[in-house]
Design a protein around this ligand. Structure first.
Ligand SMILES: [Zn+2]
Ligand SMILES: [Zn+2]
Length: 224
């Protein structure tokens, strides 16, 4: 079975493209947050972003581009069964890996030279994740996870044990697709949209909401 994988890492990590390519070559589906045309950069909001005050930072987290970038990556995480935490990396990647740990999904940590030891890496390891010294070692161990992986809808992330609201059933295998996400069945339930798979984001300014839909994000502006 193909695994869906999120590679949590840093923009500055030079091994990232190699790791994404190796996971895809091993037959897995990888969400690439660096993909051209969809990667988020603070500089697109303000070229002077590195000099923001904490107050500006807090305000700009609600900027439409920040909301869109967050919703896209959050949806990529929601759809992924496995997180590969690729070192060295910073705050963002570690927060993402922590989310996977909290969701009881797999976290595989690929170490690098020159990194300080970190006690919290015990956490996901104890829950069935692993800590690896080489990419080969990590890819080989994915077979163990594949063998025990439960089917997960590749559109909405639902599973046997956590089906869509009102229930759903499998209409396709490899990739797995549930009836709520299948267009044929959607037509039958035209009046009823499936629930948003991850987050409906709102903020105090009421500027709009993001609904992650499939692999894209729609911006829905509220009418005042
Ligand atoms: Zn589904
Ligand atoms: Zn479903």
């Amino acid at each position: 079975m193909t695994l869906s994988i999120y590679v949590a890492s840093s923009w500055r990590n030079e091994r990232y493209p190699e790791v994404v390519a190796a996971l895809r070559a091993a037959g897995h589906e990888v969400y690439d947050w660096r993909a051209e045309g969809q990667a988020f950069a603070w500089s697109s909001i303000d070229p002077d972003w590195q000099r923001w005050t904490p107050q500006q930072f807090r305000e700009q987290l609600s900027h439409p581009l920040a909301r869109e970038g967050f919703a896209r990556d959050a949806h990529g995480m929601w759809r992924s069964q496995v997180c590969v935490l690729l070192l060295p990396c910073g705050r963002s990647a570690h927060l993402e890996a922590g989310w996977f740990w909290g969701q009881e999904r797999h976290v595989l940590i690929l170490l690098a030279e020159g990194q300080e030891p970190e006690l919290m890496y015990r956490g996901p390891k104890v829950d069935g994740g692993g800590i690896y010294l080489s990419l080969d070692e990590l890819v080989a161990d994915l077979g163990r996870i594949e063998a025990g992986a439960e089917p997960r809808c590749h559109r909405c992330g639902c599973t046997e044990f956590d089906p869509c609201e009102d229930g759903c059933w499998w209409v396709h295998q490899d990739p797995w697709l549930c009836s709520r996400c299948d267009s044929k069945h959607r037509d039958e339930e035209r009046d009823e949209e499936p629930p948003p798979p991850f987050l409906v984001l709102e903020d105090s300014c009421g500027g709009g909401e993001f609904f992650p839909v499939g692999s894209t994000v729609q911006f829905v502006r509220r009418t005042p």
